[in-house]
Design a protein around this ligand. Structure first.
Ligand code: 13P
Length: 217
């Protein structure tokens, strides 16, 4: 397989990020998947390959119509990766995982409300939970794209979470931040009903973060 240095670098960056998901404890087994915009399509992790064994040539290049070289096996979640990258020109990287606390809230069908100002890093005053649909389905992809409107992260009911960004590093950073927020919210719920920040305050934080070079894609 011949490829440019840029493409090889992106493929390796995807593998490195997958391994980082395991090191950070935000992934369970091989259930996470990552994609990165490339040329007029995307590079996406192969389905069910353990990250330690993943090699750059196994990363699949997919055109925006979903086609790819025969013999290659893209992630079973390629539809939402493709649909997010197709519909969002502010996004170049998509990270999906099943981190424990995000998934606990997702199982309960709960959005994450503004319990902490860092929720602004996900683009607004909540992280929505998309309704359940079978993994890999077009329906799940539609739900995910809708839950991500005006946002950079969402939960997936009875499933996990998605974080997106302008770069893979930003999407990875946000994935970790979403899991932190989920953990904090879960902790608060053990004590009672947490008081929330107002939407106006989250908007103020969002603007301050932009000046700080911290958030937004
Ligand atoms: P892969 O098909 O990418 O291995 O992942 C399965 C999964 O995460 C379903 O949500």
């Amino acid at each position: 397989m011949s490829m440019t240095a840029d493409e090889l670098e992106k493929r390796q960056a995807i593998i490195d990020a997958c391994r980082r998901m395991n090191a950070l404890g935000i992934n369970q087994g091989t259930s996470g998947n990552i994609s990165l915009r490339h040329d007029d399509g995307l590079l996406i992790t192969p389905t069910s390959v353990p990250y330690d064994a993943m090699t750059p040539d196994q990363i699949v290049f997919m055109a925006m119509d979903g086609s790819h070289a025969s013999g290659q096996k893209p992630s079973s979640e390629w539809r939402f990766h493709r649909d997010i990258l197709k519909s969002r020109d502010d996004v170049d990287a998509v990270v999906h995982a099943h981190p424990t606390y995000s998934t606990i809230l997702a199982i309960m069908g709960m959005d994450i409300p503004p319990v902490h100002y860092m929720i602004a890093a996900a683009g607004g005053d909540s992280i929505r939970c998309a309704p359940y649909a079978t993994f890999g389905s077009a329906e799940l992809s539609e739900h995910a794209v809708r839950a991500l409107e005006g946002r950079l992260a969402c939960l997936l009911d009875h499933h996990g979470m998605i974080a997106v960004g302008r770069t893979l590093d930003k999407a990875m950073w946000l994935a970790v931040e979403v899991e932190t927020l989920a953990r904090q919210y879960h902790g608060c719920l053990q004590i009672g009903k947490p008081p929330l920040l107002t939407s106006a305050e989250i908007e103020r934080v969002r603007q301050r973060m932009a000046g700080y070079g911290m958030s937004e894609g």
